[in-house]
Design a protein around this ligand. Sequence first.
Ligand SMILES: NC(=O)c1ccc[n+]([C@@H]2O[C@H](COP(=O)([O-])OP(=O)(O)OC[C@H]3O[C@@H](n4cnc5c(N)ncnc54)[C@H](OP(=O)(O)O)[C@@H]3O)[C@@H](O)[C@H]2O)c1
Length: 333
Amino acid sequence: MSTKQAKVWIYAKEFKGDVELSNFELKDEEIGDIKDGEFLAEALFLSVDPYVRTFQLQYPTGSVMTGRQIARVIESRNSKFPVNSLIFGNLGWRTLTAVNPENYPKKHDLFILPDLGDLSPSISLGALGNPGNSAYYGFLDLCKPKEGEVVVVSAAAGAVGTIVGQIAKIKGCQVIGFAGSDEKCKMLEQDFGFDKAINYKNENVEKLLKEAAPNGIDCYFDNVGGMLSTIVIDQMRNFGRISICGAITGYNDQTIMVPAFKSFHRNNLRMEGFMNYRWINEWMEEGMFQMLKWIQEGKIKCQETVTEGFENMPQAFIGIFSGKNFGKAIVKV
Ligand SMILES: NC(=O)c1ccc[n+]([C@@H]2O[C@H](COP(=O)([O-])OP(=O)(O)OC[C@H]3O[C@@H](n4cnc5c(N)ncnc54)[C@H](OP(=O)(O)O)[C@@H]3O)[C@@H](O)[C@H]2O)c1
């Protein structure tokens, strides 16, 4: 029998308030010979995502941190996952995993990547994965944008926001994004074609939004919730549509988010929340390939912030909540 050493990040202390390094513990784990039907996956890229801040709370401390990864099959006793295949797996924050596919009955939790040509496989964690498909379906299905309409996106420089803005441009909309630094705003306007980007941290959001969209806003794709969203919703036009993707303002800080109900009533607005898995069948059959096509045609750019080193996963995760990432936050092993 041969053993291999995996490194694994453990959820060591319950999340309360801001995430801290002390919430995590790095452990070694011995992995023995794989059994019939199994394969051994070596992580190449791991995803850190805001949802993990709330999702992880359902698990006891001592469990492995939740997360998706792109891995290479380095040993296999399963003909469907031959050695050298690149896979997407919902395997957690681990460097090596003995995978029995029977434990992953849902197709979207474990699959072999499609041929991505020269593109980095890490985009399967971003534009082709959960964030990209949240953008694709959450925006197109719920906001139903029409050419010439005004679209506002919060957390616009993040994994989901950068894609929503670019899809809105493909659809011929005027796009306004919020981001937390001048550098991010510059990136959105210069590299991603946003018509206007507003630094919500140090600008008069209400005033600048009114100037950028004097006739009001048709679609709001919300990633943040809280006061910023109240300001946006207050400036929406009659029959505006709001897609609630996330509420990151409230993940570390559990205080109540301020709704703008008076605007709903006044302007006949429609707001709908979503969990991207409601489109999972479409995304595996269509969304992923439409995104890939747009990327290959140069219509969608994939921005990533790559943190080097598995040992830095907690720092990369914590960085999301202070806006350190431009586009998708990825960890390279
Ligand atoms: N519904 C779904 O199925 C689904 C799927 C994927 C993601 N989501 C949600 O969508 C949102 C964006 O996800 P993502 O993957 O794009 O995130 P991300 O790339 O990790 O970016 C998060 C960004 O949010 C901003 N942010 C952080 N804390 C904030 C705060 N307190 N107030 C305002 N902005 C804050 C930061 O940018 P700044 O520097 O601009 O502040 C940060 O870079 C999250 O709320 C996430 O939970 C939902």
